[in-house]
Design a protein around this ligand. Structure first.
Ligand SMILES: [Zn+2]
Length: 403
């Protein structure tokens, strides 16, 4: 469990339950995307199912627990630990929306939600169809069995109701972990039957070293850490995207080899978007670009972002991916304007957004930021993306010219 960094409050809560021998049968792991919820759920399962768990004094490793508290950790070498690591443990059930491929015979479901077919097939069974309930079966290895539902908030109403019946009378030695970024999407009756574990955003001190370790320069790690807003999972996915783009470019561009020897390495993907967005905003501030130039750049990068997301997850919704892309670009623009505000106050950000423009007026900058935030919110409310981009960039231009 100590492999998950920056979540020592959650780890302390789980360790207390383990030490007391009172593990809840249903858990709700709630918090932002990509901060270690799923990883910690897997670690809890490994710990409970381990044949010879290690016990050792905390000694300050988990600050929320006393120094002489005895931590329980998976050994990592027993048959059970190795089976979990290889994905072949018979008592370890991981439920994701991607499983729809095995359970939807009609092919109606797009896999953007967790359907009743998946929940029946993987957990509760279905009497009418003579499908056995996996959750009612005895644990093969005798140390309990785990069902981890990823993106549990995507469960359809029917699926949630089916699950609720199971939670009302949980079979012995059975543990269910619901992993979610949006606990409010779950039935209140499910929430009230679950033991809540809350996860927070990861601090910079955890993010930046982890990103440097993943191969980014110190400056790029700091910038990406800021853009990812405390989500290491998100940042690591962006790094994968950068590798995908670079591979593609290397395949396409023939003369790339010559450039490599003379040019300094500059990563593609989100780091390139941040640089180019910064440049086009610089020109907007200087009056050399109009709103439509900015909107064009943002639309282009949002499209690239969506393309990568769909390549990674074939079941994802194309519309959602594009909206996520615009949201990301708006957030970046908001941060860029926020930097110009901070410069004015003489307290620049450690990892500044790329750009040349100096401080902006302290009355003007908050209005520019507000327009970006408003767009972030509106795109979530199903606003038309082209109109929203045009309206927001026009608003920026007008505000900048008014000064
Ligand atoms: Zn073990």
């Amino acid at each position: 469990m100590l492999s998950v960094q920056g979540q020592s409050r959650a780890i302390a809560q789980l360790q207390r339950s383990l030490a007391a021998g009172r593990l809840a049968s249903t858990w709700l792991f709630s918090g932002p995307q990509g901060v270690g919820k799923f990883t910690l759920a897997m670690e809890l399962a490994r710990t409970v199912m381990c044949d010879k768990p290690l016990r050792g004094k905390n000694g300050g490793r988990v600050p929320q627990l006393p120094g002489d508290f005895v931590l329980t950790l998976p050994c990592g070498v027993c048959e059970s630990c190795r089976a979990v690591a290889s994905g072949g443990h018979p008592d370890m059930h991981i439920i994701t929306r991607q499983l729809i491929r095995y359970h939807d015979k009609g092919g109606k479901s797009k896999g953007t939600t967790l359907s009743i077919d998946v929940i029946r097939g993987e957990i509760t069974g279905d009497q009418a169809e003579g499908k056995e309930a996996k959750i009612a079966k005895r644990a093969f290895r005798g140390r309990g069995k785990f069902f981890i539902i990823d993106e549990a908030d995507l469960m359809e109403g029917q699926a949630q109701n089916a699950l609720l019946k199971t939670l009302e009378e949980p079979p012995p030695e059975t543990y269910l972990i619901l992993v979610t970024t949006s606990p409010g999407e779950l039935l209140s009756t499910i929430r009230s039957r679950s033991q809540l574990v809350e996860f927070g955003e990861l601090p910079e001190g955890v993010m930046v070293p982890a990103l440097a370790e993943a191969g980014l320069s110190a400056a790029d790690a700091a910038l990406m850490g800021r853009l990812a807003r405390g989500s290491l999972g998100r940042a690591l996915r962006w790094i994968e995207d950068i590798r995908v783009i670079e591979k593609k470019k290397a395949r396409e561009g023939g003369g790339g080899d010559d450039e490599e020897t003379t040019d300094k390495y500059t990563p593609e993907g989100i780091l390139a978007w941040a640089r180019e967005l910064g440049a086009v905003l610089d020109r907007l501030v200087a009056g050399r670009n109009g709103a439509s130039d900015v909107a064009g750049v943002m639309a282009k990068f949002a499209g690239e972002f969506a393309g990568l997301a769909l390549e990674r997850d074939k079941l994802a919704s194309a519309d959602r991916a594009k909206r996520d892309g615009i949201q990301l670009l708006m957030a970046m623009a908001g941060e860029w304007f926020a930097d110009r505000l901070r410069q004015g106050f003489g307290v620049p950000y450690g990892a500044a957004m790329p750009g040349e423009s100096g401080a902006l007026d302290s009355r003007l900058a908050p209005q520019l930021i507000a327009a970006a935030r408003e767009a972030e919110w509106q795109i979530d409310m199903n606003a038309n993306d082209k109109i929203l981009l045009a309206a927001t960039t026009t608003r920026w231009e007008m505000l900048l010219r008014e000064k």
